[in-house]
Design a protein around this ligand. Sequence first.
Ligand code: PBG
Length: 442
Amino acid sequence: MATPIFNASCSFSSSKVIDCKSYAGLRSPASKVRIASLPIAAIHRRSLVVRASESNGQAKKLGRSDAECEAAVVAGKAPEAPPVPPKPAAPAGTPISQPLNLNRRPRRNRASPFARAAFQETNISPANFVYPLFIHEGEEDTPIGAMPGCYRLGWRHGLVEEVAKARAVGVNSIVLFPKVPEALKNPTGDEAYNDNGLVPRTIRLLKDKYPDLVIYTDVALDPYSSDGHDGIVREDGVIMNDETVHQLCKQAVSQARAGADVVSPSDMMDGRVGAIRAALDAEGFQNVSIMSYTAKYASSFYGPFREALDSNPRFGDKKTLCGYNKFWYLLHKSYQMNPANYREALIEAREDEAEGADILLVKPGLPYLDIIRLLRDKSSLPIAAYQVSGEYSMIKAGGVLKMIDEEKVMMESLMCLRRAGADIILTYFALQAATCLCGEKR
Ligand code: PBG
């Protein structure tokens, strides 16, 4: 089959810095077969090549000397060439036609596995992945129904083991999403900046176990908000921008204090990147990066994630709802972008860049490849793509139902995100895909 296979040989020591150098590309499973079926003469010729190292610098005598061979050719006695291979037969009924007069036949550059590998434009490696992990206060790992293969991991055990597995296949970057106990949620999401809360505690534990692990955090109030929104919801349904940014700054600083390497505001409030940068710098965290969710769309592809964290937006009781507008605004998390919009992503990107973002993120991934390409072309900053829960679950479901080949579709979708211009990809497939890239069996 001509379907791409991604392969790489990696060997990692899980305790060391991980760097998947051999990254991999498309390798046709046909390549081995082709080598085996090279014309006999070609194989024979190869086997006569003698390396200097094997012969201790001395010519190995196989027959006539070089001088004798040259003399024979000069005398017109060239050695016999291997026979011309017969022309492959076309099936009966193939029309007889004149060759088209084409200057360019692009198929030449993709005709063999060797050409395909040589001219491959995009590669993918475990170093490109950021692994999103769900954590909770419990001791057990609880499966997430809508995301087969994903768990709410116990922060002390399950999480630490999952991180070890990821590092063993070259994935050394993670992003944490907490499930916060209901009793700790309130309308202003204050638990978000509790230095002893689940996320800061977990960061400290991970940094203690794996000092070189790269930890990304999510900056938004939704896991901590009793309204399930990324910001503070006013009585009339408006998400209060500047007051929310105040909270986000405290959240980001608390995460940085715990040891986070990259804080990632996913809330889509205006001006939060600049405010967070200033807050981090004021506290001495000049080296903590900001990955901004630059273009985060109000997408239905987030459904399974909201189930995972139990963070579906709530709207208060009917009395506080003042009509259709508020309901619509909150229901669709309309502080996030309209999926119909393209140019607006550029406005967001320019702002984030000017405010000091280090990485620009597009979310979701596959349905928004045009936005990834847009930002790639218009900005010099690294671009991240988030292959979100709905994208993951669809591929998993298609695989379980045997409608698609899960592994191949997974690898193709990730490669396509890279091709569109993503440097890094946040994906729930990180461990599975890296395992596949490293050529290990799951
Ligand atoms: C919210 C947040 C969301 C995701 C990441 N951070 C969901 C939302 O906006 O409700 C979604 C990720 C996914 O679907 O995989 N701060």
